[in-house]
Design a protein around this ligand. Structure first.
Ligand code: PKZ
Length: 184
């Protein structure tokens, strides 16, 4: 990992989003808004085209340097399976201590993507089906795994599950289609 500060920035940004998500009314809200607008203007001056950005494009950083998805730390990545831990911060909270339902397919898409990347394939998600088996807790280390069910030509049929210990939180099935040469 290149120690250029971006891993720490990603971590700080996640912490900030979690703090925003859990904060009550605050008397410094205008100061915070002003600070955010100041940094937005500074960063806008260094806007880059896709392929030259950090966010989501730095494979040497945790979570590719992005905060869009819940934290995913892979432990095993092969061309046929991926296993690791997932962690949903407060930013991903839906209600009653459970993760927002839409954030689970978000995690699964990211996890499936590791298999596609490991296969050296340019692929896109054609469909992703999620079954919500039990509420997904916030702020807990969860176990996630995904695997290839079968491959048919350009089609890669994938499955995954997310567990809190013995409890299955969610399961997913997806079709990734390998892109034709020259596809955008
Ligand atoms: C150092 C290393 C660190 C590694 C660290 C890596 C981390 C890396 C993480 C990255 C994580 C990001 C991973 C996100 C991945 C996205 O989320 S991609 C964005 C979401 N998906 C999209 O936008 C896709 C939009 N759709 C499309 O572009 C096109 O429809 C597709 C899916 C590419 C397919 O188009 P196509 O290539 O023209 O293929 P087409 O001929 O239509 O279909 C091919 C076959 O698939 C079937 N098919 C297509 N769509 C469907 C469908 N929806 N249902 C059923 N069958 C279908 C067709 O029927 C056909 O079947 P056969 O006739 O061959 O039997």
């Amino acid at each position: 990992m290149t120690d250029d500060g971006y891993a720490e920035l990603t971590s700080a940004l996640r912490g900030f989003l979690d703090a925003v998500a859990t904060a009550g009314p605050h008397d410094q809200v205008q100061a915070l808004t002003d600070d955010l607008r100041r940094w937005t203007a500074i960063l806008a001056e260094s806007r880059q085209e896709e392929g030259k950005r950090v966010f989501g494009e730095r494979f040497d950083l945790p979570d590719r340097g992005q905060t869009l998805t819940p934290v995913f730390a892979p432990q095993v990545v092969t061309t046929s399976k991926v296993e690791g831990t997932a962690w949903f911060g407060d930013y991903f909270h839906g209600s009653n201590g459970a993760a927002h339902g839409g954030t689970l397919p978000l995690l699964f898409d990211e996890v499936f993507g590791h298999i596609a990347v490991e296969r050296g394939s340019r692929a896109r998600t054609a469909y992703l089906h999620t079954d919500f088996r039990s509420v997904t807790p916030i702020g807990v280390d969860l176990q996630v795994r995904a695997w290839v069910e079968r491959a048919e030509g350009r089609k890669l049929f994938l499955a995954a599950d997310l567990r809190d210990g013995e409890v299955v939180c969610a399961e997913a099935e997806a079709l990734f289609v390998l892109l034709r040469d020259g596809a955008p």
